[in-house]
Design a protein around this ligand. Sequence first.
Ligand code: R5P
Length: 315
Amino acid sequence: MADTLKIFSGNANIPLAKAICDHAGVKLSECEIVKFSNENLKVKICDSVRGQDVFIVQPSCPPVNEGIIELLIMIDAVKHASANRITAVVPYFPYVRSDKKDEPRISITARLMADLLQTAGADRVMTMNLHSPQIQGFFRIPVDHLLAGKLLCEHFNKHGTENCVVVAPDAGSAKRAGAYAVRLGLPLAILDKRRHDDSESPAIHNVIGDVKGKRALIFDDEIATGGSILEVVKALDNLGVTEISACCVHAVLSGSAPERLKNSSLNKLVVTDTVSIPETKKFDRMTVISVAETFAKAIMCTNRGTSISGLYHGY
Ligand code: R5P
């Protein structure tokens, strides 16, 4: 028989954790998180977890670094409270873009995060749309890498895709965008975006494929400063597209991104709720699709020991 399922949440995205609980038919378990005057955190798990199957929901959301420590302390607290198994549910993985040593004397921080989760006591990790899927290999414990592609494509299929072309914002995302194009039965165009430094201001050099007179659907894994998407929007405008929709799994929306996107010629922005989006960052052309049901299904299957491969398909 499966161990009793308990779901906890850190402070990062409580609405998502509650929505996951609603779909799973489980009450969100309580914990107290106290911050002392010296900025140390204390976590107290309020329910017994002895012998239980515990899931802790904590995506990377601002304040990112505090959220990471909170998650590590929660895992440690649950471990010392004798949980049978602990799954870190991290819908948006912290430091996910720092996954290789592409400059001298830098940290491979995504790997460090993987090590920290395991050291704290996580037995499994559940995440969504990693910047590079091979980050799964940073772990020695099982990683369930869920994908939002099905949800996002369902949205576009529902709203019509006549005369659309899927646009990959850079060569690195071509494989992912290609999978979306196949799923939607649409052609693919690839932009040649290059970053020359850390200034978060990429430049578009070329386009491969036919976009003129078409409705563009841009797919990306995340939108942070909005620099990449805005550069793509500018390039597509110049290339004569008739309409532009952008679709990103993780809506980081840092700094003035919401304002800049709102003031751009982007017709529609579709994102998920892996990262919590304050009302002040939302605007009328933005649609938020919830990943809660997908995570709830994965959590329930994991608890029962049944396959979740149906939740892996299609980026
Ligand atoms: C880059 O490789 C990613 O796929 C995204 O395009 C990037 O993280 C978005 O960041 P920003 O919105 O700051 O350009």
